[in-house]
Every structure is written in structure tokens, then in C-alpha cells.
Write a protein that binds this ligand. Sequence first.
Ligand SMILES: Cc1cc2nc3c(=O)[nH]c(=O)nc-3n(C[C@H](O)[C@H](O)[C@H](O)COP(=O)(O)OP(=O)(O)OC[C@H]3O[C@@H](n4cnc5c(N)ncnc54)[C@H](O)[C@@H]3O)c2cc1C
Length: 386
Amino acid sequence: MSFKKFNYIIIGAGASGLQLALAMLRDDFFKDKNIGIIEKKVKFKNDKTWCYWESGQGLYDDIVYKSWKYGYVKACHKTINFDLQDYSYKMIRSLDFYNFAKKKVDQTPYIQWIEDEIVSTKSSENSVEIVGKKDTYIAEHSFDSRLPKNYKPANSINILQHFEGWFIETKTKAFNPEQFCMMDYSHSDKSATNFIYILPFTEHKALVESTYFSPELVKSETYRSQIKSYLENILKLDAFEIYEKEKGIIPMSSHPFYINHQAHITKIGTSGGWVKASTGYSFKNSERLALKIINNLKSSKHPKNKLFKKRYKHYDKLFLDVLYHYNNYGEIVFYKMYKYNDIKTIFSFLDEKTKFYQDLKIMFSMTSFHFIKAFLKHIFSGFRIK
Ligand SMILES: Cc1cc2nc3c(=O)[nH]c(=O)nc-3n(C[C@H](O)[C@H](O)[C@H](O)COP(=O)(O)OP(=O)(O)OC[C@H]3O[C@@H](n4cnc5c(N)ncnc54)[C@H](O)[C@@H]3O)c2cc1C
């Protein structure tokens, strides 16, 4: 049997796999390498709306669908408006990103696009064997973004960010396209961390999303009746048309994803712990982590080397612990975070770029009995990240 041989294989052409492939394409180090990117299905549909904050220009500005310089949070009966200053909050439609990346891959001779569904991988002493439904591949190293089947991280704190959003068009002017809504708790399910998220594209068009950060999912009808009621009772809209819908579940977990790396396999994306556990964001993380992987490869280190800063994993775990045990408490936590800290510091904290004194200031601003309790529990468990 003949195997197709590669230096590197990326499994999955999603947010993480494509960002890693694009980072490789941008670096001359990979010019004499043989790279494969294997995806099980060609994507013709927009399946996700990716948002992220970024200061200045970014790598994907050409495909940004809309960006905002102002935002707000409505919580605890108050509105907190923020000016993003050097930052912008940017939105990309996933289909635009898939097409953009596929075109770059097609233009590069040393990276091959392969359509196949991978069924197993086996790391051996010098390489990894990757078995697909159509073919078998051998690589020096594989970057694998597949989530294991029946994925349910045990012995860890697991919250789900789950949501349904409607892209709507209204007859009357309903939105301010200059200002997005990060969270609006004014019409929320008070027994959980639940809010409305709004991305306004024009005065007449927006994505309005009902979002939960909670241990359990809710029925589809729950999101729907919340959005409908919000549009009718808060925005006072009597007529609107839904032209697209988005649904999603993002794991927010303290699971030690690093345990799944092997000598010649690095797990990437959600399955590599690239989703920030306390926020569910991972698109911009993928860009940063892809770059770290590139630098590790160039200095002959294992790609997983120092991908994460431990102290932020501890903060995320504390946060998840509080949200898990006091799920109705999210509104107050986020209110305090946005009320008592400026947006630049919040973004750099979430980007894991703050100094320790800034971390303390943010943590103190959110502190309450629940946080202290979670912190003490964390100390007595020996600061284990599980
Ligand atoms: C609806 C939605 C909206 C989101 N919005 C945001 C946001 O605004 N901002 C943000 O930062 N994050 C967001 N996220 C979270 C996160 O950014 C995404 O989930 C992101 O797509 C995760 O990247 P990934 O590479 O791990 O997975 P994916 O992007 O899902 O990529 C995995 C790829 O692997 C392929 N694959 C799977 N199994 C196989 C196999 N056996 N063989 C070959 N290929 C395979 C899949 O087809 C897929 O293309 C969102 C998530 C969802 C679900």
C-alpha cells in the first residue's frame, strides 16, 4: 500500500486549521515543506458569524463584513456605553473566510487541499499515520482540530455558551449601526446567565441573538420566544423579516485539553483548548496560537510548547466555578466588569496580555462572596487545572 507523505498535515479546515495554514503560507520557513489540509466537507453555506476585537489593522480586514467603534452593555438596570478607542469590534462571515483561505491555499504549490474524512490517527516514534475514508497519509506532525465523538470533558467545570440568532430586516429604523450590543440583560431569564447580543449592520438590519452561558441547554422555543418578545416589547417592532438564522453551542470548559497532544499530534482549535473558557471567543486566539506554533516549529520545539499562560487558566477556572454554581449571577459579574474597568484593559485582560497588577484590579472589581468562595476552593484543591 502506498501512503501520501507530508511534513505537516492539518485536519479540519475551520477557524483554527485555516488560520494555521494561512500562518504557514505567510512564512518562508515552510516554502520547502509539503503541507496537506484535510477537510471532510466543502462548505457552501455561511455557518458562523465570527466576531473579535482588534487594535489597528488586521490580517483579515479585506473580508470584514462590518466593524464597530462603539458598544454597550445593559445590566442591573444601567447602560454602560463604551468607546473602543484604538480597538474595533470586527465581524467576519465564516463563508467569506473559508473562501478567502481556500483561494490562498489553491494559489500555493506546497500546500495541498484534500477532501477526506479522517477516521483515526496513530502517533508512532517518528511520524503520525492518518487514516481517512479515501486514503492514508503519513506526516512528521499533524495538527488535529477534530473534537472527539461524544465529547464531554470529565472532571472539569463545563458551561455551554449556547445561542440562537436571527438576522432580521425591519421596515422602520430600529438600530444604530455605529454601536453594537455586547450584552443586554433587560429582558433576560433571571435564573441563568442569559442576555441578548445585537450586531447592527444598518438602521434596518441586525443580528439579534439570545445567548446563555449555562451548564444545561434550553429548548429551541426558549431562544425564539425571548428574541420575539425582545423585538416586540423592548425594541417595539411590530414588523420584521428573518432572512437568516444562526445557532451554536460553544464549550466553556476548564478541561485540560493538553492531555490529548501526542508526540506527533497537536490538538488545535476547540479540541486543543483554544476557546477562551470564560468568554467562548476563539477566532482571534487562533491567530495568536497559530503564530506560537509556527515559532515552536521554527525553533525545533514541540508545537504545544508554552501555548498558554497558566495564570489565565486559573482565572478562567475561578470564573467558570462561579458561573457554574451561581448561574444567575452572571449579570452582576459582567456589570461590575464593564462598569469598573475601561474597555482597553478588559480586552487586553481577555487577550491574556495584562500585567499582574491589572489582573488584580479587574478581579477585585468583580469580587464578591461567590468569588472568594471559589478562590478558597481553588487554593485547597492545590490550584489544579482540571
Ligand atoms: C455559531 C458559532 C458562532 C461563533 N462565533 C464566534 C465569535 O463570534 N467569535 C469567536 O471568537 N468565536 C466564535 N465561535 C467559537 C469558535 O470560534 C468556533 O467554534 C470556531 O469555529 C472553532 O474553530 P475550530 O477550528 O476548533 O472548529 P471548526 O471551525 O468547527 O473547524 C473544524 C473543522 O474540522 C472539520 N472536520 C471535523 N471532523 C473531521 C474529520 N473527521 N475529517 C476531516 N475534517 C473534519 C469540520 O468540517 C470543520 O471544518 C463561534 C462558534 C459557533 C458554533
